[in-house]
Design a protein around this ligand. Structure first.
Ligand code: FAD
Length: 455
């Protein structure tokens, strides 16, 4: 059997589930990545994330070459390219790993149907999550989900890295990938190293994570998210590395904090899968009637890091500079948009989609709805105070000063209190204390509206 193996969010050969099976079950393999023009059209001009993608594919090509194979990169519409490639390489089968993104589900069903009607074997499997969304019955709350998830995650094992991959050789191939890459409208990505996480996975201090993860200036979370998103590291390898370390330690609970965050990522995939309506509207029906503000000027100030609230501004600047933001600060900027500015959470979600290198549509959707208190796993209405958050999590203003150099010589006490100190770079666009009261009122009104219209 000759198999067209299609890489997606699994850009590696190590512990790649269906690549592993394709090698076992096929005589030879044609490894392919498709730069889908419909998806690429959604990227803004000169996007640095496309450089990261290209580097990832070049690295994958190098890995394949060490096994006697190489990567074929094509540019075009996936729908049209698959039939052409199957014909061109005379393949009997298409193998690939599943993707759970919003657009992937429709694209996948199209391919499945095409294979069925053209007598081509089609196989796909989950590689992206430890536990598939439908392995667990639908849960709306994270805690009961995570108990079940933890049990199932323990049963997942990594697959061997292949040493030899047999494939047909095509002499005309050499310049082909560069032609496909020429379609990427990108700028060079300097902040993220393509192979930067390999050592990190072993060396990361999982034991201190529960203490350090909330301090953005220490930058001591794993920063694995972009690598997980592209599949440069396998989620099973991460899980196993952490578990092996945990077995050697007496403080199991410290490792559990990290593992539970992996579970939270999967919870948002679980919610999007079992409650697909949340892709369109708020998970909580009672929060679908919040009267929101529509203020373009404030929105622009927030996007460009000029709200006058230093921790919020530092976060938004980190997002633009590094295509990433620390989780604590993501929560602060999200709360500020939804509950101080009383704006629609969708503005924030789209902006994260526009910049985040780790952007994952299901995780982003779930996290934004959760931060706006309109999503699954609801907590009592909580409004972050951006002033107290900066005092507590960035007391010396090390994080703030890194991204707002205008404040480098300002006393942290003034930085934490912009309502009573002139910080020059920007004055506060609103008074947190007044606006958070207004937000509470609007949330309660939405609830009353819902209750009266459903009686
Ligand atoms: C409003 C908002 C939007 C977000 N959008 C995304 C997104 O598009 N893509 C994304 O990967 N993460 C998103 N997150 C979750 C989280 O902020 C990032 O996963 C985390 O900051 C990545 O940094 P890290 O790899 O150093 O995480 P670590 O703290 O080292 O955690 C290890 C891994 O666990 C997972 N993880 C950690 N925290 C969370 C969390 N709160 N929710 C879900 N998974 C988590 C990630 O896969 C992460 O790489 C969002 C959070 C918020 C509040």
């Amino acid at each position: 059997m000759r198999t067209l193996f299609v890489f997606r969010q699994d850009i590696r050969i190590d512990d790649n589930v269906w690549l592993y099976y394709a090698i076992q079950e096929s005589r030879d393999i044609v490894p392919v990545f498709i730069l889908d023009e419909t998806i690429l059209a959604q990227f803004p001009p000169h996007d640095k994330r496309l450089d990261f993608l290209q580097q990832s594919l070049e690295q994958l090509d190098r890995q394949l070459r060490q096994c006697g194979s190489y990567l074929h990169v094509y540019y075009g519409k996936s729908k049209e390219l698959y039939p052409q490639l199957v014909k061109k390489y005379q393949c009997d089968a298409i193998y690939r790993n599943k993707s759970y993104g919003i657009g992937s589900l429709t694209r996948d069903s199209h391919m499945r149907q095409w294979c069925r009607s053209n007598d081509v074997l089609y196989k796909e499997w989950n590689d992206f999550l430890l536990v598939e969304p439908d392995e667990i019955k639908p849960y709306k709350m994270y805690t009961p989900f995570s108990k079940k998830w933890l049990q199932l995650a323990k049963e997942k094992y990594a697959h061997y890295e292949p040493k030899v991959i047999t494939q047909i050789q095509s002499p005309a191939f050499v310049h082909h990938n560069q032609e496909a890459f020429a379609h990427l409208d990108k700028w060079i990505m300097t902040h993220w190293q393509i192979n930067g996480r390999k050592d990190m996975l072993e060396q990361f201090d999982y034991e201190s994570y529960h203490e350090t993860r909330n301090t953005p200036s220490i930058a001591w979370t794993s920063t694995l998210s972009p690598y997980i998103r592209m599949g440069l590291v396998s989620i099973r390898k991460i899980y196993q590395t952490v578990r092996n370390k945990a077995k050697k330690s007496r403080e199991l609970s410290w490792y559990e904090t990290f593992i539970k965050e992996l579970g939270r990522r999967e919870f948002w995939h679980h919610v999007a899968f079992h409650f697909p309506e949340t892709r369109q509207e708020e998970f909580l029906a009672k929060r679908r009637y919040i009267q929101r503000e529509n203020n373009e000027e404030r929105l622009h100030k927030r996007s460009t890091g000029m709200t006058g609230y230093p921790l919020v501004d530092a976060g938004m600047r980190q997002l633009r500079q590094e295509n990433w933001m620390h989780n604590r600060v993501r929560m602060v900027v999200a709360s500020f948009l939804c509950k101080d500015m009383i704006m629609d959470w969708r503005h924030g979600m789209k902006e994260f989609e526009r910049y985040l290198l780790d952007h994952d549509s299901n995780v982003n959707l779930g996290s934004w709805q959760w931060s706006a208190s309109v999503g699954a796993d609801p907590k009592p209405l909580r409004i972050f105070n951006p002033l107290l958050q900066s005092k507590r999590f960035d007391p010396e203003c090390l994080y703030i000063k890194k991204y707002i150099p205008e404040l480098s010589h300002v006393d942290p006490r003034c930085i934490h209190d912009p309502l009573n100190n002139d910080l020059w770079y920007a004055s506060p666009i609103l008074d947190h204390y007044l606006w958070s009261k207004k937000a509470k009122q609007r949330y309660y009104e939405s609830q009353s509206h819902y209750q009266s219209s459903h009686h």
